[in-house]
Design a protein around this ligand. Sequence first.
Ligand SMILES: C[S@@+](CC[C@H](N)C(=O)[O-])C[C@H]1O[C@@H](n2cnc3c(N)ncnc32)[C@H](O)[C@@H]1O
Length: 246
Amino acid sequence: MLDVPKKLASRLAWSVKRRGVRDTVKMVPQVVVARLKHRFHPEGRAYVQADRAFDERYGGIDTAGFISPVELDFEGSAKDGANGYQAVGEESVREMMNSVPLEHEKFTFVDFGSGKGRACLLASEFPFEQIIGVELSESLHQVACDNVEKFTPPWPQRCNHITPVQADATTYALPEKPLVIFMYNPFLADIMRKVVAHIVRDLEAKPREAYLFYNRPNHANVLEEFDAISLLDEREYWKAYRIGQA
Ligand SMILES: C[S@@+](CC[C@H](N)C(=O)[O-])C[C@H]1O[C@@H](n2cnc3c(N)ncnc32)[C@H](O)[C@@H]1O
C-alpha cells in the first residue's frame, strides 16, 4: 500500500499530465473543501477508524478512504455525473443481501461503480456463480485487482470467481445470466437514468431474473420512472428492487 505523501504525489503527477498545471491548481480548493467536509462529517472520526479497521481485518487490503468526484481519473460527462469514491459499510451489504431470499448460485453479482472492490469482496460471503465489479477509474480498478488477490476474510468465502472490470457503467455489456445488481451511490441522477435505462433495455431484450440493491439511494426517484422496476424492501440506508417480471 502506498503511504499518503506518495499517493498524493502520484495523483498530482497524474493530474498535471492529464489536465495541465493550471487546471490542477484550480482543482485544489474543491478537493480541499470536499475532503474537509468528509473529515468533519458528524460520523467522520468513527467512520474513518472503522473504514481502516476493515482493511486490516480482511488481510491488509486497501478499500478505505475518500476520493472526491473532481479527483477521479476519468473525464467528460461520466465524471460530471459521478459521485466520489467511498467504500460501502460491511453490515449494510450483509443486511441487504439477506433481505431477499435468493438461490445465489444462479446469479451473477454486478457492482456498478465498484471502486476498490469492497462490495464485491463482501458479496463473496454468498455463493454467487460469479461476481463482477465495473469501475471506470483505471487507478481504482488496479487497486481492486490487488485487493482480490490479498483478500482473506474471517468467514468462509463462498464465491472465488471475482472479476474487476474497467468499463463505463452506461455501456457495460451485461452477462446473459440472472443478475443481482448492486450500487452504492455511484452516480448523480442523469448517469443513474442512463445506466438504469441500459439495464432495463438489456433485460427486455434478453429476459432473465434480476434484482437491484441500491445503497444510499439518493436518486431512488429515477427508478420510479421505470415501469419494469418494483420496490421489494427498504431500510434507512438502502432499497431493494425487482427488475422485470417474477
Ligand atoms: C461510492 S463509490 C462505490 C464503491 C463500491 N461500490 C463499494 O461499495 O465499496 C462509487 C464509484 O463509482 C465509480 N463510477 C462513477 N461513475 C462511473 C461510471 N460511469 N462507470 C463506472 N464507474 C463509475 C466511481 O469512480 C466510484 O469509484
